[in-house]
Design a protein around this ligand. Structure first.
Ligand SMILES: Nc1ncnc2c1ncn2[C@@H]1O[C@H](COP(=O)(O)OP(=O)(O)O)[C@@H](O)[C@H]1O
Ligand SMILES: [Mg+2]
Length: 534
């Protein structure tokens, strides 16, 4: 106050929220986001139906997808969603786990705050707990060779269980493991995999078990002209990025045509130009053409006459993938095409049943396509998400050479070990560590709940098994029994567990320390004091 006048620092449109209110607001937000996805956790989790603002429908069990589709305003909630995004980017699986874990950590923090434990102590305890947890999971990690397709298949299987793809799961996993293995590269004893080397294509219309692994490229189009060969062997492939037609601006339309001769002359000129376009391609020795844009009818005719198999309107992504696969250059203008720009493949062939063109025996053997079939787009989309998850976990496990067992075994081990560790630390931080340990209960608990079992009973059984030294004891979500998850083959990449622990802990530790939120009006979340209702 200055001479009785308040000093105004913040603009009038800035909403301020501090102390307990800010903390509570973030805790509530984190719990709400976790609550939105927790029923999808595990193989017996339920799906969610999301309807976008444009009316498009997504049915999914995938945490990352759900959170991506719902729009939230609360800054704390946004940070929790970031956890899911990071998990998805870094690992490709374990998003629900990570988010449910942040929710539990924040819920535990709520109790600690009520007991009067300072946020910085909670935050420090959580960080310490995280370090200890990472150490413990590293100790639980098992090794997998990149050639061990059986174990990799199980890792894939665990990741895609519960995603409405049960009927084709084992076939799908076989295909995914083979696909990833085919593109894996060993450099200096280290395996690296470029995710983009495996292309996933969807084609509506057939049963799901028609999924196919194709060593090569699939273009989701037919050849442009019936007169073109359906199959070309020893293919020399040209890739052109612009239309093979004469655009209005190319023919200066200023000429005034008044006689029949002039019309004929003009037409002749135009058809000459079009023939030339075809000749540029034919002249290089190409017998296959992929064009990113349209091909004019007369050009198609000339290409067909010369025995060239041409496809038009090829999406840019496919052009680029094909260019890499057949080692071709994408040339923008037909007149600039040269023999050195052409790529090579054993065969290029239009399928007899489905409208696709396959390019097989590519120069670059690291071109692998997984072709998905399904009766509806919703199904195909969920199938694609499953393949993407499966692909990523197999990559993670191959690159790192490590995995852990699932079914809540790791989390049970963590919650018990960290509780023991907390006792050795003492002081107030011990309470924070105990709370941190207790947060891990949420995973086996939720798995039990989602499978229809009593979560308290199952937790007790799990703890008893682990107390007897059964490190791999987890919940069989189909029978409710506590079983050895190693024997059951429920495997997850170590990277997934590490990442979910890390990002959940760091986010919780960060959110707890926030005791002042200044939100400029237009971004103010609904439900906060002063915000418009509804
Ligand atoms: N067959 C199984 N039996 C028991 N638990 C399983 C099984 N398959 C997967 N899980 C567990 O389900 C959890 C993953 O569920 P999921 O819905 O895929 O969520 P996330 O998005 O975290 O990957 C993990 O804890 C995993 O160990
Ligand atoms: Mg998963």
């Amino acid at each position: 106050m200055l001479a009785g006048q308040p000093i105004i620092i913040l603009k009038a449109n800035v909403e301020r929220n501090y102390g307990k209110e800010a903390q509570r607001s973030n805790i509530t937000a984190a719990k709400a986001i976790a609550g939105a996805v927790r029923t999808t956790l595990g193989p017996r989790g339920m799906d969610k139906m999301l309807v976008g603002s444009t009316g498009d429908i997504v049915i999914t069990n995938d945490g990352a997808t759900i959170l991506q589709e719902i729009s939230v305003q609360h800054p704390g909630a946004k940070m929790v969603i970031e956890v899911a995004k990071t998990q998805d980017n870094e690992v490709g699986d374990g998003t629900t786990t990570a988010v449910v874990l942040v929710g539990a950590l924040m819920e535990q923090a709520e109790n600690l705050l009520e007991w009067g434990i300072h946020p910085t102590v909670i935050s420090a305890g959580y960080r310490l707990g995280m370090e200890k947890s990472l150490e413990i999971v590293d100790g639980l990690a098992l090794k997998v060779e990149s050639t061990d397709k059986k174990t990799l298949g199980k890792i894939c299987d665990t990741a895609i269980t519960g995603k409405s793809v049960e009927a084709v799961k084992s076939k799908l996993c076989g295909i995914i493991v083979n696909a990833v293995s085919a593109v894996a590269e060993k450099v200096g004893g280290k395996i690296t995999i470029d995710e983009d080397d495996v292309m996933v294509k969807k084609k509506r219309g057939h049963a799901m078990d028609d999924i196919e692994l194709i060593h090569g490229v699939v273009i989701d189009k037919k050849r442009v002209h019936e007169g073109m060969p359906r199959k070309v062997t020893k293919a020399k492939i040209a890739l052109i990025g612009t239309p093979l037609e004469i655009t209005k601006t190319q023919v200066k339309a200023k000429i005034k045509i008044s006689t029949a001769e002039q019309v004929a002359a003009f037409n002749e000129q135009e058809s000459e130009a079009l023939k030339k376009l075809a000749d540029y391609v034919i002249g290089t020795g190409a017998n296959v053409l992929l064009c990113q844009k349209g091909i004019a009818d007369p050009v198609q005719f000339h290409l067909a006459k010369a025995g060239v198999l041409a496809v038009e309107d090829v999406p840019e992504k496919d052009m680029q993938y094909a260019a890499k696969a057949v080692s071709a250059n994408i040339v923008q203008k037909a007149e600039n095409l040269a023999a050195k720009d052409l790529g090579g493949a054993e065969t290029v062939e239009e399928d007899n049943d489905i409208d696709i063109v396959r390019i097989g025996g590519c120069k670059n053997p690291k071109a692998i396509t997984i072709l998905l079939r399904g009766s509806t787009d919703y199904l195909l989309d969920e199938l694609e998400r499953a393949v993407n998850d499966g692909k990523r976990v197999v990559m993670d496990a191959m690159e790192d050479g490590t995995f852990v067992v699932g079914g809540g075994a790791v989390e049970t081990e963590l919650l018990m070990k960290i509780k023991d560790y907390a006792a050795s630390v003492g002081g107030r931080i011990q309470l924070a560590l105990e709370a941190y340990a207790a947060a891990f209960e949420t995973i086996p608990r939720t798995l039990a709940e989602n499978s229809g079992y009593n979560p308290i009973d199952k937790l007790v059984d799990l703890k008893n098994a682990h107390a007897k030294g059964e490190k791999n004891a987890g919940l069989n979500v189909y029978t409710g029994d506590i079983i050895d998850m190693y024997a059951e083959g429920v495997f997850e990449p170590l990277r997934s567990k590490r990442q979910s622990i890390q990002s959940a802990s760091e986010t919780a530790a960060m959110l707890i320390r926030v005791d002042d939120m200044m939100i400029t009006q237009q971004n103010k979340p609904a439900g906060m004091p002063g915000a418009p209702m509804g």
